[in-house]
Design a protein around this ligand. Structure first.
Ligand code: GLN
Ligand code: ZN
Length: 776
């Protein structure tokens, strides 16, 4: 490493391993194939490799405790002993069995449930899981209650610090800050404020800091991403109070408070008043923070400049970045600076070099974790005045120019179509009331029509066939035959049990975004570009690098085949533009809203072709619309406006008699109900079974006029609900909505379930609808 360099930090790195080694080890352990000992050894091996890799790439502030066997928020719950009674562990340190019971539920065996996340049944269910800010990473929601006390119940941060030290790495341990931790949690009693537990919690943090200091740690990183949210006065006071106490009562150890995923806005004064040694800021999402920090009167503060995008995969123009940062560094002073990514590198894949099948130009535009660390190291040297990196800087500038001028990213036809979007493109021919009447006459559906959300179980057989086809051991013809057979069986079965509106089952789809991305122009796919989604589950987000268009129909063939098997309406199934956007790595050279409109036009083409082929009902899923909401409320309107606009662009080209459905995998609509109404889908299906339909209040209060299918069957559980339970849920829905508005369907797609669960559940669902009809 060059002597002429500023300190380089990563804040955290991917822990799953370049080849998903952690996934293999975890799943091996859960399935009983490997021992606890082996799992722990494999995990230690990954950590050691990660530290060594960072060091060799030039990282000087190496993180520890950024690793996790499942989730860093769960680790924190366990560290402070926030372990709900159902997991009944009074033992310290908390056992792996308890840990995985919290992560995955404990019903099937001592190693945690074997049937995926969120299972309910006998034994303890898993803790609730939810999205980490606006990422696709999920954390386990901590649970708090009145009178709760905390105590050090896991030595993980201390052990991992020592482990690194023994290997020769001085590290900066990463902890979730106490305020963010409490704010991320929930309580069964809605009146209870978890922040009231702060003082007791701080005690545990002090203990951890003491243990770390004793062993030689001189810095720790406290992640407080809550600093980028809208905070009330109490939260701000809590932050000040927490760090005051840590400063006064904790050992002499320096704290770097890390904010990320946005700017500090009106929380800036609070952040600047924290009595800590360092502050990390996200300059990618909030470039203006740089000037705010320079003018801040905190000459004692070390500033960690989050300069390289930790949320996206494009190489940085280091030359331009250096020019931007140089004056700031001159003002702040070199000894007060650390160079870092905007946030932990957890959210990008490991190494572009593993991609052997990407087009070489596109590959050259990309930076995953390894490449980003190299960028950080180069930038840190450039900013320190090291001339030797001039070549690397020039090279990074060339890459940016190459990408910007590549014919691959631009499509003149797309530009023409984008300009032609007008009010007519985004409006159905007639208002909902008229459409509903036309559709009622066309479909003649019974009251409380029954349907499903789209997918049927992706059995081992289906997954094996897909893998065999990908490997080449099953040829196209055989694979096609196989899928046809699966589809036909699903259609026959739906007819047999008497569902009103059928689906083809989505057996041909690997993933609801990837399947479409693979057939749209403007997308590239990786072989190893995995990013952790939760636990051992990883996703490979498509890389959206250029103008998007649809060269040819994607779903029409499967729809036509499925419809040919039945006289009942066969609902066509598409993924919506906002969801495709939110689950991809998106080009950063044009606004996201514009990219989304391009996708919307491509999906509009598909909708049109489906309609021409005879599809009378077309569902456009927007599972990820809500998660794209910016961290700050003040930015919601703008997002919801273009997101809703995109939905209308893709769905409004059809005749009144064509019924547009949409589906969203959540039920909190209170704060976005206007935007949902503006989307004007004829039918929306949502997840409601676990909320006792209370969340339909948003629709009632709004007097939402269109049709709604509130989920009556919790598909996250293997449990088969009785028809009486479903009827009770419908009764609750009827208190809030007109009968004529209601559809009966499960919460979401059924791909993660087994046929043994799905069959009786849907039979019960159809009986529930029949009994309701008979009674009304
Ligand atoms: N149509 C998709 C399915 O049924 C919807 C999935 C989702 O919303 N996450 O699987
Ligand atoms: Zn869903």
């Amino acid at each position: 490493m060059s002597l002429l360099s500023l300190p380089v930090a990563t804040l955290g790195t991917p822990r799953i391993g370049p080849r998903r080694e952690l996934k293999v080890a975890l799943e091996g352990y859960w399935a009983g194939r490997i021992s606890e000992q082996q799992l722990l050894e494999d995990a230690a091996g990954l950590r050691a490799a990660n530290w060594a890799r960072q060091k060799s790439l030039g990282v000087t502030v190496i993180p520890s405790n950024d690793f996790s066997l499942y989730d860093q928020v769960l680790d924190t719950s366990v560290m402070v002993g926030a372990i709900p009674e159902v997991y009944a562990s009074k033992a310290e340190p908390v056992s792996l069995k308890t840990y995985f019971a919290m992560a995955r539920g404990s019903q099937y065996d001592g190693r945690g449930a074997s049937c995926g996340h969120g299972s309910r049944g006998d034994g303890a269910p898993a803790q609730e899981m939810t999205k980490w800010f606006d990422t696709n990473y999920h954390y386990m929601v901590p649970e708090f209650h009145r009178g709760q006390t905390f105590r050090l119940s896991s030595r993980k941060p201390i052990d991992e610090y020592e482990e690194a030290k023994a290997l020769g790495f001085q590290t900066r341990p990463v902890l979730i800050g106490p305020v963010t931790f409490l704010k991320l949690g929930k309580s069964a009693d809605p009146a209870f404020q978890p922040l009231s537990l702060l003082d007791d919690l701080i005690q545990v943090y002090i203990e951890v800091l003491q243990e770390l200091a004793k062993r030689g740690a001189n810095w720790v990183q406290f992640d407080e991403p809550c600093l980028v949210l809208d905070l009330d006065e109490e939260s701000r006071q809590s932050l000040l109070h927490a760090y005051d106490r840590l400063a006064k009562e904790g050992p002499a150890i320096k704290i770097m408070v890390a904010s990320y995923f946005g700017g500090l806005g009106d929380n800036l004064p609070t952040a600047l008043r924290l009595p800590v040694a360092g502050l990390h800021v996200d300059l990618v999402r909030a470039p203006a923070l740089l000037d705010q920090i320079i003018t801040a009167k905190r000459s004692d503060l070390v500033v960690s400049l989050g300069a390289i995008d930790g949320r996206n995969v494009w190489r940085t123009n280091l030359s331009a970045l250096r020019q931007r940062l140089d004056p700031a560094i001159a003002k702040l002073g070199k000894d007060r600076i650390q160079i870092a990514p905007s946030c932990s590198l957890l959210h990008v894949p490991v190494d572009v070099e593993l991609e052997t099948e990407l087009a070489s130009d596109i590959k050259g535009w990309l930076a995953f974790s390894v490449q980003k660390i190299r960028e950080l190291a180069t930038l840190a040297r450039a900013l320190a005045g090291d001339q030797d990196v001039a070549g690397a800087l020039a090279q990074s500038e060339r890459v940016t120019t190459d990408r910007g001028t590549s014919p691959k990213i631009r499509d003149a036809d797309v530009a023409i179509r984008m300009r032609a979007i007008n009010q007519a493109t985004r409006r159905r021919a007639s208002p909902f009331a008229s459409r509903a009447e036309i559709q009622r006459k066309r479909f003649k559906l019974p009251a409380f029509p029954t349907t499903t959300i789209g997918s049927f179980p992706q059995t081992a057989e289906v997954r094996n066939a897909r893998a065999a086809h990908a490997r080449g051991t099953m040829n196209d013809g055989q694979y096609d035959e196989f899928l046809k057979e699966e589809t036909a069986r699903a259609v026959r079965w739906q007819e047999d049990i008497g569902l009103d509106v059928l689906v083809h089952g989505e057996f041909e789809r690997n993933d609801m975004v990837q399947y479409f991305g693979e057939q749209l122009a403007g997308f590239a796919f990786t072989k190893n570009g995995w990013v952790q989604s939760y636990g051992s589950r990883c996703v490979r987000p498509p890389i959206l690098f250029g103008d998007v268009s649809r060269p040819k129909p994607i779903t029409v063939g499967w729809w036509r085949y499925a419809q040919s098997l039945t006289k009942k309406p066969m609902k066509a199934m598409l993924t919506g533009p906002v969801t495709i956007l939110n689950w991809s790595f998106v080009r950063d050279d044009i606004p996201r809203a514009e990219v989304c409109r391009q996708i919307a036009l491509a999906i509009r083409d598909e909708v049109g072709d489906l309609e021409n082929a005879g599809a009378a009902m077309i569902q456009i899923d927007e599972a990820a619309l809500r998660e794209g909401l910016p961290p700050r409320r003040s930015e919601w309107t703008a997002y919801l406006e273009w997101a809703g606009d995109c939905f209308r662009i893709c769905s409004s080209g059809v005749a009144d008699q064509t019924q547009i459905h949409t589906h969203m995998c959540y039920s909190e609509f209170n704060d976005i109900i206007d935007a949902i109404a503006a989307m004007d889908a004829d039918v929306i299906s949502i997840e409601t079974s676990r909320s006792k339909m209370e969340l339909l209040d948003a629709f009632r209060n709004y007097k939402y006029p269109n049709q709604i299918g509130p989920g009556v069957y919790d598909i996250h559980s293997p449990r088969v609900p009785e028809s009486s339970e479903m009827k009770e849920l419908v009764a609750l829905a009827r208190k809030r909505l007109q009968d004529s508005q209601l559809w009966i369907n499960p919460d979401c797609g059924l791909k993660t379930r087994k046929w043994e669960e799905v069959r009786p559940a849907l039979v019960n669902m159809v009986s529930a609808a029949r009994e309701l009809r008979a009674a009304s």
